[in-house]
Design a protein. Structure first.
Length: 221
């Protein structure tokens, strides 16, 4: 069955109206199509012109968005390059500082070894004293490179052990207030016979022991 020209135009117009009523084509086109039609050809041209204008508007907006994205991408690349350069510079500075610190530590250690009294082979014997002070004395002696031995000496039964310890000591520290008379006489006799240095410490305190130790080391140099 052959359709008349008017019927064919009306069918095309209905399809274009259905296309224009879609959401993406906007409300204005739908409103325009809802108006009474007097001339199908004129309405079709108007619809096509509106679609062309909307397409051009969307194309311009897309171009602006693409331009902004391109500028943003270029800015990100520039900023990333700048941050990479700053990071490399910071790493280089850190390596230089660490090298300087290591060199200063080595120099300080060498200088400390030069000025520290050579007391590594020396053995300090502490005769008498409070038991709770012995760990403090030992730490002070070991700090300058020595070794500490301690004899309680409160009981005369310590004399055999004391005689052996006196023979192995380089420096004797006697605390008479905490040692028996026999131990004090044994220390005095040994030091006078051998010429070994003996220092008496009246008060059992860490400060007094440290001062005595410094004085003894200075005199031994």
């Amino acid at each position: 069955m052959t359709r008349r020209p008017g019927e064919r135009h009306r069918g095309r117009l209905q399809r274009m109206r259905a296309l224009a009523l879609r959401a993406e084509h906007g409300v204005d086109l739908a409103v325009a199509l809802a108006r009474p039609r007097t001339d199908d050809a004129a309405d079709a041209r108007t619809l096509l012109r509106a679609l062309a204008e909307e397409n051009a508007l969307l194309a311009r907006e897309l171009g602006r968005v693409q331009a902004r994205c391109t500028r943003w991408r270029d800015d990100c690349i520039v900023q990333a390059d700048r941050l990479d350069a700053l990071l490399m510079r910071a790493r280089a500075d850190a390596i230089v500082k660490q090298t300087r610190i290591a060199m200063l530590e080595d120099a300080l250690r060498a200088r400390h070894d030069d000025v520290r009294p050579a007391m590594t082979p020396r053995r300090v014997l502490c005769v008498g004293g409070r038991a709770r002070q012995v760990p403090v004395y030992r730490a002070l002696v070991e700090r300058v490179g020595g070794r500490l031995a301690h004899i309680d000496a409160a009981d005369p039964s310590c004399l055999p052990q004391l005689v052996l310890a006196l023979a192995q000591a380089d420096l004797v520290v006697l605390q008479p207030g905490y040692a028996c008379q026999d131990a004090c006489r044994a220390v005095d006799a040994h030091c006078r016979r051998t010429g070994q240095r003996c220092v008496q410490l009246d008060k059992a305190c860490a400060l007094g022991f440290e001062r005595m130790l410094a004085t003894a080391l200075a005199a031994a140099e």
